[in-house]
Design a protein around this ligand. Structure first.
Ligand code: ATP
Length: 202
């Protein structure tokens, strides 16, 4: 999956609308300490459906909203948009009618996150699946955080298996299997309850 553009508005230190064009080949981001390089990578992860505030270096998800400075007031929302190249029509059928597909996540204080793919409002899960099926996403090993290499070396076999599954492009299936198992468990519990009721009626 090729990323074409990342747009940020009110996300962490990117208070003003900012557009990063991701051209063919290698893109490097350079700048002094604290200028927002890691914030850019976090914006990428966030728009792909990251739901752990800790992975955004925050205590709560609203911490990604520009918190204000002595000169500028805090913002009430943050928005990140990612434009992906869909010329090969690899996106799920529901969104698969355009060469460029825009995925938008917006968080508003006291309201929470909302997602859009193109013009359609979607759930976080739809966005997470879209990227998982393309072997990428918020948890992709292609996005390497500081300290992550030593975490991988010390990882337990189960965590390493996840990385191999991701590389094999089956993490979307893994997620669907997990959801199917939860549904099966709920159905089994319902059946047990039905058995109890039938027993009482007999
Ligand atoms: P380094 O090279 O030291 O790793 P970096 O370029 O990766 O730095 P980041 O860690 O991305 O920099 O950015 C840190 C900056 O972002 C800090 O100045 C911090 O105050 C600012 N920042 C983080 N969250 C917010 C927020 N919610 N509102 C405003 N500014 C924020």
């Amino acid at each position: 999956m090729k990323f074409n553009k990342l747009r940020l508005n009110g996300f962490k230190s990117f208070v003003d609308p900012t557009e990063l064009v991701i051209a063919e080949g290698l893109t490097g981001v350079v700048g002094p300490n604290g200028c927002g390089k890691s914030n850019l990578l976090e914006a990428l992860r966030w728009v792909m459906g990251e739901n752990r505030p800790k992975a955004m270096r925050g205590g709560g998800m609203e911490d990604v909203i520009f918190a204000g400075t002595t000169k500028r007031p805090a913002r009430n929302f943050a928005e990140v948009a990612l434009v992906i190249d869909n010329a090969e029509r690899l996106a799920p059928a529901a969104f698969n009618d355009q060469d460029n597909l825009e995925i938008v996540r917006r968080i508003t204080r006291d309201i929470g996150s909302a997602y859009k793919v193109g013009t359609k409002e979607v759930r976080a899960r739809d966005v997470q699946m879209l990227f998982a099926d393309a072997s990428t996403g918020a948890h992709s090993p292609a996005l390497v955080r500081q300290g992550q290499i030593s975490e991988l070396i010390n990882a337990k076999p189960k965590a390493r298996r996840r990385i191999l599954e991701e590389a094999a492009g089956i993490s979307g299936l893994y997620q669907r299997r997990h959801e199917a198992e939860l549904k099966l468990k709920a159905a089994e519990q319902n059946l047990e309850r039905v058995d109890d009721v039938v027993e009482q009626l007999a």
